[in-house]
Design a protein around this ligand. Structure first.
Ligand code: ATP
Length: 216
């Protein structure tokens, strides 16, 4: 049983960061009773097409987006590394820094979770962190649609009780319902390319950063 509340760990490409990400992190914090949420923008994601925007810009947009929330913090280690970022390596480094006892909760949307079995050394993730799994708009975590090995992990480790996250430092998969928000960075990039302002899909600070730096 940990004295300190669990720390949320939230990775993503954030190309750009949007209200779906912000609500995901905030609703995870509330539902899972996390002390803080650490945002970790990917440097060079290994599992998807190269982001349209540089790591430094994506990091700066996340910093601008979360500055007003005192429970959020930003960790630039993957951006600074200049190498492809593997979550297993990032969590191993966090463990070394934060100790073995603190519960870490990797926050994932359903679409990200459904690809977990394709991640580098994915089974090792369960020894490093819990998973907080949000149901994303229109995409229930349907075990039948999951890879069988991943579905087996969900069956063995899954639940809805946030208390499970405090009892051990890692290894549980706790689901929580998230307000459905069908917002995606892909859609926002397309809108920005058409000259739309995207007000209320992104924080104003992020839109202003995009405008000043002529991104997208
Ligand atoms: P893209 O459209 O470029 O694939 P994205 O909007 O899905 O980007 P990512 O940076 O790839 O954003 O996502 C980071 C994390 O946020 C993932 O776990 C993803 O599931 C989650 N996420 C993104 N958008 C939403 C949303 N609207 N609701 C819930 N979760 C979301």
């Amino acid at each position: 049983m940990s004295e300190a509340p669990p720390l949320g760990v939230f990775g993503g490409t954030f190309d750009p960061v949007h209200v779906g990400h912000l609500r995901l992190a905030e609703e995870a914090r509330e539902a899972l009773q996390l002390g803080r949420v650490r945002w970790i923008p990917a440097g060079q994601p290994w599992h998807r097409a190269a982001p349209q925007t540089s790591p430094a810009h994506r990091l700066a947009m996340v910093e601008a987006a979360v500055a007003s929330n005192e429970a959020f913090e930003v960790d630039g280690r993957e951006v600074a590394s200049g190498r492809p970022s593997y979550t297993v390596d990032t969590l191993t480094a966090l463990r070394a820094e934060l100790g073995d006892a603190l519960p870490l909760v990797l926050i994932l949307g359903t679409d990200a979770f459904s690809l977990l079995h394709t991640w580098h050394r994915w089974r090792e993730l369960f020894a490093l962190a819990h998973i907080g799994l949000a149901t994303r708009a229109g995409q229930a975590a349907d075990a039948a649609a999951l890879d069988p090995a991943l579905a087996a992990e969900l069956a063995a480790r899954g639940g809805r009780d946030a208390q499970a996250l405090r009892e051990r430092p890692s290894g549980a998969i706790v689901r929580f319902d998230m307000t459905p928000l069908a917002v995606s960075a892909t859609d926002i990039r397309a809108r920005l390319a058409r000259g739309e302002r995207c007000r209320y899909l992104l924080p104003d600070e992020v839109f202003e950063y995009i405008r000043l730096n002529r991104l997208y």
